[in-house]
Ligand binder design. Structure first.
Ligand code: ATR
Length: 272
């Protein structure tokens, strides 16, 4: 039996075990995937023990993505730029390889929605870890990015870092250039405390589509609710991104790409 897990703290709420078990059944892979509560002090030791005992790979969620990245000996380019990983794989040479499938998961979900074509103008709200994790795949998909953050310096720092990879500019949240964005992506953590980042509603109203990287069980996230209140219909939460990033992790470990849309639709029905 090959062993996999997701590590986080808290972890009880994680949908990853269910998603990966469904992928395993769908692709006829024999594997075990469980949730593991990481210890805030001893996480590194726990992870070393997990792999020493024969595990093949794992997902990493909050608050350990940076610490897991630091522990790995080899890193994908997208993990390097994110300075964080959501996926670890034990290589055949015994080394730990870190990848970050969050950004490609987002791009894959935008493809499901039909919302991504080259040279679109995308407005991203927020410039924290969630944003850093998705910028490279978005720029590789030739998106032109306006990065808006409450704290302008943080957005500026990210824009400077990612400029070599494509078109990206930083603006303050209260000085977003008024224009029609093909897509607005909420990557702030404001929704976690039940809020929406204070963003000019008239700019959102013009948007062709709005995507929230967060999701809420059985309802709308605060950002999606706000977009709907402005009359927007093309809205999506980040549940598809969650399933798609898992599919890319699964592919890295098992060499098989699951049909993530089928699993997404199956799970979405249960969440309604
Ligand atoms: P994460 O890993 O979820 O991205 P983070 O690195 O702490 O978390 O970043 C949180 C992001 O949400 C930041 O861009 C933060 O803005 P600041 O850099 O100005 O702090 C943004 N954010 C959180 N709460 C917000 C709020 N109420 N309004 C606007 N932006 C908010």
């Amino acid at each position: 039996m090959q062993h996999y897990a997701v590590w986080g703290n808290p972890i009880a709420q994680s949908k990853s075990p269910l998603i990966h078990r469904l992928f395993a059944t769908q692709t006829q892979q024999t594997m075990e995937y469980v949730a593991k509560l990481g210890d805030l002090e001893d996480f590194e030791q726990q992870l070393q023990t997990f792999f020493a005992e024969g595990a093949q790979g794992c997902n990493i969620t909050a608050p350990f993505k940076e610490r897991a990245y630091a522990l790995a000996e080899e890193h994908s380019e997208r993990a390097k730029l994110a300075e964080a990983c959501n996926t670890l794989k034990k290589l055949s040479n015994g080394k730990l390889y870190a990848d970050n499938t969050d950004g490609i998961g987002l791009v894959t979900d935008l493809q499901r929605l039909g919302w991504i074509q080259p040279q679109q103008r995308i407005l991203i709200l927020g410039a924290g870890g969630a944003t850093k994790g998705v910028l490279l795949p978005l720029l590789e998909a030739q998106q032109q990015i306006v990065l808006a953050n409450r704290t302008l310096e943080k957005a500026q720092k990210l824009a400077d870092k990612f400029k070599p990879y494509g078109t990206i500019e930083a603006v303050a949240m209260d000085a977003i250039p008024a224009q029609t964005y093909d897509l607005v992506i909420n990557a702030t953590s404001a929704g976690l405390s039940g809020h929406t980042a204070a963003v000019d509603g008239s700019i959102l109203s013009l948007a062709r589509a709005c995507y929230d990287m967060q999701y809420a069980k059985g309802g709308d996230t605060p950002f999606i609710a706000y977009c709907k209140s402005l009359g927007l219909n093309n809205v999506s939460d980040g549940f598809g991104m969650l399933v798609a990033q898992a599919a890319h992790s699964f592919h890295l470990w098992r060499g098989v790409m699951p049909d993530f849309v089928a699993i997404y639709e199956h799970l979405k029905k249960d969440m309604a």
